[in-house]
Design a protein around this ligand. Sequence first.
Ligand code: THU
Length: 136
Amino acid sequence: MDKIIEQMYQEAYRAYQNAYTPYSKFNVGAAVLLKDGNIIAGSNIENASYGLTNCAERTTLFYTYSQGYRRDDIVKFLVLANTKKPVSPCGACRQVMAELLPADVEIILTNLNKDIMKVSVADLLPYHFSGDNLHE
Ligand code: THU
């Protein structure tokens, strides 16, 4: 694992430990690496009304945007969970990632064993719905 990915991993792991998961007990952490060198991390936050749960990927991207960053500021995105194979983002997060991440971003899916799978936005969600479709 190269140094910058290791730093992202550590930040995502810290967020993973802060996940609020009283219902599933399934923690997830994510981190973005920004062009300015900052790393922003987030985790999944559950709710007694289960459908209101926010996944780690969306927490992280929404907070990143809330700080004023936009898709072209983002270089890499990492997601981790305690899974046998690298964690697989849910469908809702894939749609959000397709809009809020740049098309050429490096997405690193991993787990607590540090098994790594690198994918693109298009790998996760080919032919995705986008804002352009609204104006066709
Ligand atoms: N979860 C994520 O945070 N990201 C994913 O990509 C998959 C699922 C969360 C939602 C819920 O808190 C828990 O994992 C179990 O589904």
